[in-house]
Design a protein around this ligand. Sequence first.
Ligand code: ADP
Ligand code: ZN
Ligand code: ZN
Length: 740
Amino acid sequence: MNGHEQDARVVDVALPVPLRQSYRYLVPTDMAALYPGMRVRVPFGHHQHIGLVTQTDRSLATGLKSVLECLDKKSIVDASLMTLLQWLATYYHTPIGEVMELALPVLLRRGKSTQPQAQSGCQLTPAGCTADPDTLTRAPRQRQLLQLLHAAGEHRLLAPVLCQHYPAWKIPARALAQRGLVERISALPEPVPAAPIRPPLTMLNPAQQQVVTSIRTAGSGYRAHVLDGVTGSGKTEVYLALTRDQLQQGRQVLLLVPEISLTPQLVERFQQQFDQRVQVTHSALSQAQRLQVWRLAQSGQAQVILGTRSAVFSPMPKLGLIVVDEEHDPSFKQQEGCLYHGRDVAVMRARILDIPVLLGSATPSLQSLANVRARRYQLHKLTKRAGMASLPGVQLLDISGLPTRDGITRPLLEAIARCLDRGEQCLLFLNRRGFAPVLLCGNCRWVAECRYCNARLTYHHARQQLHCHHCGARQTLPKHCPDCNSANLQPVGEGTERLQTTLEKQFPGQRVLRVDRDSVRHQGDFEQLREQITSGQAQILVGTQMLAKGHDFPNVTLVGIVNSDSSLYSVDYRATEQLAQQCIQVAGRAGRADKPGRVLIQTRFPEHPLFQAICQHDYAACADQLLEQRQQARFPPFMHFALLRADALQPELPNRFLGMAKELGSGILSGRSEQRVVLFDPAPAPMLRRASRYRMQLLAQSRQRGALQEFLRQWVQQLEKSKLGRKLRWSLDVDPVTLF
Ligand code: ADP
Ligand code: ZN
Ligand code: ZN
């Protein structure tokens, strides 16, 4: 705190409005000093908004409106997090107000206090302390509550604990109060004293120990580490050991995962080891629960925050290490609002704080591998499975030459039968949900298409509906072809639902479980399915990439990859990277404990070099091939991309807007001697129409991130001013994960 800041009479405030600027306000003379990271209430047009102070200065100004109220006694977003947010606004060209929203739970944005709130409860009166619960024989609930209070410290309990024992505790509490034995109280919850940290539950093996040692040796300053460890190699144990180091020094750890509901085992292992020091945050929490986690992180009571991408903004004053598990997973990329990449933000946060960051995966992203090659990141490898398990054998099945049944070849069916005979489980991977991706009229070749998108409708048999997987539209199954009125409508192709039905018919008496977005929709759904798998109630698993993510099913010895060919020749440049990652991740689910595993991949392109590398479990070879292709095609990570997207209900608007954007952009670039940024022509998105909107896009690319950023800054400034831009929806995606 220096005199300069104390004298601040003018503040810049980030407000929740979609404009790329912050707003200046005057600080009334009778208001206490304001600092960056405090919330203020300010007038805005005819409304009031709560915003976050981003800067203060003491320059005199006239004609400014005044801050109405300051909501905090001190900054609630610390300086390093403010720096990170400013970086996000600049790098992703997102309005500062929108970025600030990422750092604060909704309730804080609405003005709720950051301090813990008093909770209701009850306490024994002096008469209650001497009363004998056993005299209350005719009121068993009152007796139970009295007993609980007798046993409690200070003879008092607060609502959260009372609810655990007895959700309807208020009824007997009222009766006991009438007897004068109990009084109702309201008090702040007391922090739970942390138990001593448990000794490690597992001894590291020499390979794990070596990784831990070399990460420790690299020091406590900024350093990006990539942990490339085959599935089952024990990456989690490495995370646990490094986390323990931090906790012993009184520091905090942030652990990011792609999806909490799919990684219950990781959560369990962290909680087993570090108890209530671990707090989990994800989208299924209520707003009040999120605020609670925010408070615990902020106060340091929560030493480990485990969460999905938005957790990267958790307030952690003593953060000493960030871990990103499954760092290759595309779900780290935010798809709306500020289009940030959780992994990249994690690395930036580590740089700002000068602490290490660890990116773990069995299939590291090409981006991270390129950073390793450039010596910006340090690579660590775990090449063998922990314990006894060995990697499964992989074999390719050429679909074109084999008899198939609903997409499953005879050899795969036979392998499933043998696996079941041995009393083991098998897993079939098919990255397409629903019954069939196409509904075709056998008479006139009509195909069911979405009314709102350039896409086919997927047939869902159980619901007897057609669904669009792009806009969510649903309709009942037509009984007749709308064109020729024929009743000969045929589902063509396979989805997970059909695969499940086929297998149920083929293997009567065996339970077939399906794991996809249709069967796992609520928090806890996946845990239930997992329970049925681990307890052996189900023998066959059918699922989408949800099944590829970090689970441990020890009795699964056979994995079948039913069809992934569509990704080989997709318009999306990242499709092959994702295909390789998914195949290797799913293959990693076979044969963990003491039973050897086997993987069968069905394909029409068995000679494709990517499959050859997958057969060898050689992800490094896959990655080398893919990096080579990317370099030749001048794609990321060898080139930096930014995609300007525009969409509107009227087909001509996006085209006009992007035409103008191209002109503005060319104008900016023409003033330069060297052409370091290349601007393409506006082009229709691969799916031109989605959810009734026409979508166009324009790609800007450069070898130099700095040059691209400088161009984007000027470009966005001009686009912001355009009137045309207000008539449609547009967004800039920096480092897009897909050009779709
Ligand atoms: P990954 O995250 O790399 O896929 P995990 O950390 O889940 O691997 O470990 C895979 C399995 O190996 C788990 O069941 C785990 O308990 C076991 N494991 C890991 N490290 C060790 C070790 N040092 N000693 C014994 N078992 C281990
Ligand atoms: Zn027809
Ligand atoms: Zn649609």
